[in-house]
Design a protein around this ligand. Structure first.
Ligand code: HEM
Length: 157
């Protein structure tokens, strides 16, 4: 659909589009890994931006993590983001966007009865022109808040 970005979403304009790149992850309870990633931020002209992400293991191409969500503008530079994962985890974030940095921290992380336990998630995206980098930290499976992922993506549209 070819519609104008909602005025409230102007702060997200630099994110809208498709991004691809590569990342790496670790956590004390698992083997370190490397992945390829594809992310799309899209909009329907309404005051939210949709987020869709999928990854594959670098080297083998095996499908790995995937997630979807919505980014919502609130007030001047405040944002809310909802992200759900097929592993049974739903993240509800609040944060800010400014100076090309989107900073999010979970207010709530909900899990289905069979999902792994995740207590806190932080995500920080840094946009520099056609490059988008992010880091994600989590407190999960009884471990304190610490690094899980970092990736660098480039715009492909
Ligand atoms: C680019 C996105 C991500 C990738 C590629 C990724 C990849 C992985 C991999 C390869 C593992 C090792 C075990 C397995 O194969 O399942 C893992 C474990 C895990 N990940 Fe991620 N992950 C991503 C994002 C996330 C996010 C957003 C969360 C939570 C909000 C999360 C939570 C976990 C948890 C709880 C474990 C289990 C740790 C354990 O069992 O000790 N991951 N992840």
């Amino acid at each position: 659909m070819n519609v104008d970005l909602a005025p409230e979403c102007e702060r997200f304009r630099g994110l809208v589009g498709m991004w691809v790149g590569r990342g790496s992850g670790e956590y004390p309870t698992i083997e370190p890994f490397e992945y390829l990633e594809e992310v799309t931020f899209s909009h329907l002209g309404r005051p939210f931006v949709a987020y869709a992400q999928k990854t594959r293991r670098a080297g083998t191409g095996e499908p790995l993590h995937t997630e979807m969500g919505y980014l919502r503008p609130v007030g001047d530079s405040a944002v809310e983001m909802l992200i759900i994962q097929p592993t049974g985890i739903a993240e509800i974030h609040t944060g800010t966007i400014g100076g090309e940095v989107l900073d999010l921290r979970s207010n709530t992380v909900c899990s289905t009865p069979t999902a792994k336990r995740v207590d806190v998630v932080t995500r920080r995206f840094v946009l520099e022109g056609d490059s988008l980098a992010y880091e994600m930290h989590m407190a999960a499976v009884g471990q304190p808040l610490q690094f899980h992922l970092r990736a660098e993506l480039r715009r492909v549209d």
